[in-house]
Design a binder for this molecule. Sequence first.
Ligand code: SF4
Length: 349
Amino acid sequence: MAIETKPEILSLTEAELTELLVADGHKKFRAQQVFQWLHLKQVFDPAKMTNLKPEFHDYLRARFTLPEFKILNETRSPSDQTAKYLFEFGNRQVESVWLPYENRQSICISVQSGCSLDCSFCATGKIAFKGNLTAGQILSQVYGMQQLYDRRISNVVFMGMGEPFYNYDNAIRAASLIADQHGMNISRRRITLSTSGVLPGIKRFIEEKQPYRLALSLHAVFADKRRQIMDIEEKFSFEEVLEYLLQKRNDLQQGQLMFEYIMIDGVNIFPDDAKELARWAKLLKAKVNLIPMNTSFNGMHRPSDDKIIEFWQALVSRGIVAVNRKSPAKDIDGACGMLAGRQENTLKV
Ligand code: SF4
């Protein structure tokens, strides 16, 4: 006999919630109230939804799976205001990062527990892959962190553990709920999905005219080098991805596409790399986000400051908008490529 699973309330859109509540004989406005408690006020316990009657609290508990997560660990940076959180959803753990900047409040969230890919510079790729998160679990990281701070989150990047386009439906659903005007109402242009280059996902994203920003983790612009550091290159070559984006460049909004480029000493920061990266960035009108490797990992090292500046200048002198992103959160292992969880996560075998 099939086990009936209850719908996960946090993953539902307001329209879906309305449909279910109305079908159960409740008034439409109840769905609006519940949606706002969940997504605007981030209150998950029905007993605290003060404009609803106790019988309705019981109905919600019986009818839906309510958000349930624990924050197992918090690591605050001693040198800046960044903080890293270890969330637990059942037997799955993921990490998320709070990244305050002067003019914005960003967070970096995970879409999978572990990652099925294995980029050689990334700690997440080395731990066991436990699976996709639901949209509600992706959102729980946003709401869980927002509950801890008065400062309002303004930017969300899907760049923590996992590949968003291998969990496409849940990632897009979570993005649309974050942007919902009856919820946190975060501007769609301030929500970024980062992909290692999963071509079917990129195609779908563009065909569906998704309004979010798309960050392509390029990290190398020669196939042999990219293959050396990113296993995705075996499946979807970056040239195929970039050629596709070139064909579709008129379908992208201005500033929607950016390249992420991790700088690894002796690997991908030679003059030829800068020249080729600049060529593609110009063709696709993409901003380049340069991320110096945070530390030494897996035999790879951070370049010297001189080399970082030289590479950045080689792009800027070719007219490319290149941001040399400092690595916030690096002293808490919360920077790009450093999320590996701390408890229960076993290594890949
Ligand atoms: S960099 Fe991203 S895609 Fe690559 S292993 Fe890490 S989490 Fe996965």
